[in-house]
Design a protein around this ligand. Structure first.
Ligand code: SF4
Ligand code: SF4
Length: 412
């Protein structure tokens, strides 16, 4: 990582600006409620932008009942860190997700986030909602190709000027004047293409680790000089939804928040929505009790692994990774990496591939962990604190290993 980038990441981590504030007081929520009500009433007057699917029919087709939908709305309201009184509004907004146009660009990527968006094995409510959003352009998913696709893009940008959410998947190669990635018959570089389409967007949503921080294409030695959207798009709200791939529930959360309030969600200093990235994996991990008790998997397949002990010593980076996968999990909450016995590789953090994806504890990998309990966010940890906490976690692991050996000896 260049010195400049190191400095900017350092600044981001030392920013004191953010805090997850889950109770902002009655006046705040009363005013927000009135704003959301007015926004939904305005949206109701607009025609749906597509009628591909009827929301209610789709729910019934999948064998779901209204009660399932309300349960989802209530859980989503909590995920968005809104009071329970907002549940009916969230349910209304979900049905009107096809009033806001979405344009999706794929740049230097593996299409993993599109894949996450598409997964439809036994679709549940999140997937149904993603099916009804008004996706006006998505090169990989649409039937049109070549000149037809280019025309479709131009028409969507023109028609929905200033109104569409632009989702971007993939990094932007800056090397060789952007020639590593071009699009269309005129070989427009990804960089120019992105800036042109972003210029008329209401907001730009960078999806996945490549679009947010450069991701795997930016891993050393970064041959294409790949960067993330926030390094390129200026003068527009940019929302980062990192992870590899981004969790579809967080994509739904961001669109839903925009439909409901007409504004972007509160962000941390890495431009991530606080509702999704306000806490560490470690704060809500199901193996946390084993971490606190000093019970670790020492090597793959050992007794500790069979007993679902903590994965810190086999490289879990949960203590310094901010994401909500320990709460919402993947595949409609069925499971997640740590649930199946694989440590977190910090895929939602900058430079994750170079710094975090090693199968070795953080204390050996020259990265540091924040500490301080579930109420802490990335913005509250100064670098000095990170260093001290990283050492603290290493000492905790080492001390518990010694304690474990003593117990073993005593038992012999
Ligand atoms: S180190 Fe990893 S496995 Fe252990 S409690 Fe923390 S997040 Fe869970
Ligand atoms: S557990 Fe860690 S590596 Fe896995 S998806 Fe969540 S943040 Fe990414």
């Amino acid at each position: 990582m260049s010195m400049d980038k190191q400095e900017s990441v350092k600044k981001l981590f030392t920013s004191q600006s953010a805090k997850v504030d889950t109770n902002k007081g009655d006046t705040y929520y009363d005013e927000l409620y009135i704003k959301c009500r007015a926004r939904l009433d305005d949206l109701k007057k607009l025609k749906p932008l597509n009628n591909r699917l009827d929301f209610t029919e789709s729910i019934e087709d999948e064998g779901l009942e209204r009660r399932d939908f309300l349960k989802w709305a209530s859980a989503t309201t909590a995920m968005l860190m809104l009071p329970a009184s907002f549940t009916p509004l969230v349910a209304e907004a979900a049905v009107m997700m096809n009033r806001v146009p979405v344009i999706w660009l794929e740049l230097q990527d593996c299409a993993g986030n599109s894949e996450a968006l598409l997964r439809s094995d036994g679709p549940q409510i999140d997937e149904i909602i993603l099916d009804i959003i008004s996706l006006e352009f998505h090169e990989t998913l649409q039937a049109a190709s070549g000149h037809q696709a280019e025309k479709q893009m131009e028409e969507a940008v023109e028609h929905f000027k200033g109104k569409y959410l632009l989702f971007v998947e993939g990094s932007i190669p800056m090397g060789m004047n952007g020639q590593y990635g071009t699009i269309g018959a005129h070989a427009e570089t990804f960089h120019d293409h992105l800036l042109r389409v972003a210029a008329d967007a209401a907001a730009v949503v960078a999806v996945g680790s490549c679009a947010t921080y450069g991701g795997i294409p930016a891993a050393a030695p970064n041959p294409t000089d790949a960067v993330g959207v926030m390094d390129v798009v200026k003068g527009k709200p940019v929302i980062n939804i990192p992870a590899c791939p981004a969790n579809p529930s967080n994509m739904v959360g961001v669109i839903l928040h925009y439909v409901l309030t007409g504004s972007i969600p509160e962000l941390d200093s890495l431009l991530r929505p606080k509702f999704a990235f306000g806490y560490r994996i470690h704060d809500n991990c199901e193996r946390r009790a084993h971490f606190d008790a000093g019970e670790y998997v020492e090597e793959w397949g050992d007794e500790g692994a069979k007993n679902n002990f903590c994965l810190y010593k086999v490289g879990c980076k949960g203590p310094m990774t901010f994401n909500n996968c320990s709460i919402i999990r993947y595949n409609e909450g069925v499971n997640w990496p740590i649930g199946v016995g694989r440590g977190c590789i910090g895929c939602s953090e900058p430079d994750f591939w170079d710094k975090y994806a090693y199968e070795r504890p953080m204390s050996d990998a020259n990265i540091k962990a924040p500490t301080g309990g579930v109420e802490k966010t990335v913005d509250e940890f100064g670098l000095g604190l990170l260093t001290a906490a990283g050492i603290g976690i290493g000492i905790h692991a080492a001390a518990s290993a010694v304690a474990g050996k003593r117990v073993d000896k005593g038992e012999e």
